[in-house]
Design a protein around this ligand. Structure first.
Ligand code: PAF
Length: 282
């Protein structure tokens, strides 16, 4: 595996692969890689001849007061895992490489219809930072395909929308969430949980499953289902941001007869803000 820190070096290597006829998959990450990320790498190897992984803790997607400085950074460990996983190229830039200009004065991307809702409501400006860095990475690597985890379902949805709206020439593939045995979705932010909180955190997915089961059995009083989810989380010691039943495609509020649904939740437990979701067909 080669490791580069500059866009110029990245372009040189990827350009040569492309001239040789290879297809390229990109997995953008913020590092501190866990089994959920490694599932993305496995998927990437099935999708293309060459796999590029970026590890970059993107400052523009952290809202004021969030954990940018504290976000776990484990570059040596990440490098070892990526090498073992057979990744071809690691792009590990410094902040100044991706943001040579002051971010306050530069161009940003936004999907207004989706960016201010759900997580965007509680993290204003977050998706603007995600979309901008992801679009920059797409332009730098020019991959045929890019892979993202379904745990961050709203992120996956806004990225798909950006790709469609801007005619970006690549495919986006969503990869299923990897979970602890108790159901907790793997996330770098789980490191903020104490041992007791990690056990208790199983309630987030359990509440989503319960709501999904109710919808599957025919309930369509979605407001009530959301209220029950919020109250279950509060009783379990969480401080929920939202618990929402949405259309799966565009995350709009569903009509009672809607069939392809997604239930999404975000809630704080101790120092950790956890997000998760579950798809419901009926
Ligand atoms: O999901 C993440 O880790 C980040 O939001 C991403 C997509 C790498 C952009 O910084």
């Amino acid at each position: 595996m080669q490791t580069v820190g500059t866009v110029a070096a990245l372009r040189r290597i990827v350009g040569e692969w492309r001239r040789n006829g290879s297809t390229i998959a990109l997995v953008p990450t913020m590092g501190n890689l866990h089994a959920g990320h490694m599932r993305l790498m496995e998927g990437a190897k099935q999708q293309a001849d060459r796999v590029v992984v970026s590890v970059f803790v993107n400052p523009t997607q952290f809202v004021a007061g969030e954990d940018f400085d504290a976000y776990p950074r484990t570059p040596e460990q990440d490098q070892r895992k990526l090498r073992e996983a057979g990744v071809d190229l690691l792009f590990l830039p410094e902040v100044a490489e991706l943001y040579p200009a002051d971010p306050a004065t530069m161009t940003f991307l936004e999907v207004p219809e989706l960016s201010g809702d759900l997580c965007g409501r509680f993290r204003p400006g977050h998706f603007r930072g995600v979309l901008t860095v992801v679009c920059k990475l797409f332009n730098q690597v020019q991959p045929d395909v890019a892979l993202f985890g379904e745990k961050d379902y709203q992120q996956l949805t806004v990225i798909r929308r950006m790709v469609a709206d801007l005619d970006l020439p690549l495919r986006i593939v969503g990869v299923p969430t990897v979970r602890e045995p108790n159901g907790l979705a793997l996330s770098s932010r789980n490191a903020y949980l104490t041992a007791a909180e990690t056990e208790n955190a199983a309630l987030l997915y359990a509440s989503l499953r319960e709501a999904a089961e109710a919808v599957r059995r025919g309930r369509n009083d979605f407001d009530q289902i959301e209220a029950e989810g919020l109250s279950r989380l509060r009783l379990g010691g969480f401080r929920p941001d939202y618990f929402a039943v949405r259309c799966r495609d565009h995350l709009a509020t569903p009509k009672p007869s809607a069939s392809d649904l997604m239930i999404l939740a975000a809630a704080w437990l101790g120092r950790a803000r956890l997000i998760d979701n579950i798809a419901v067909d009926r």
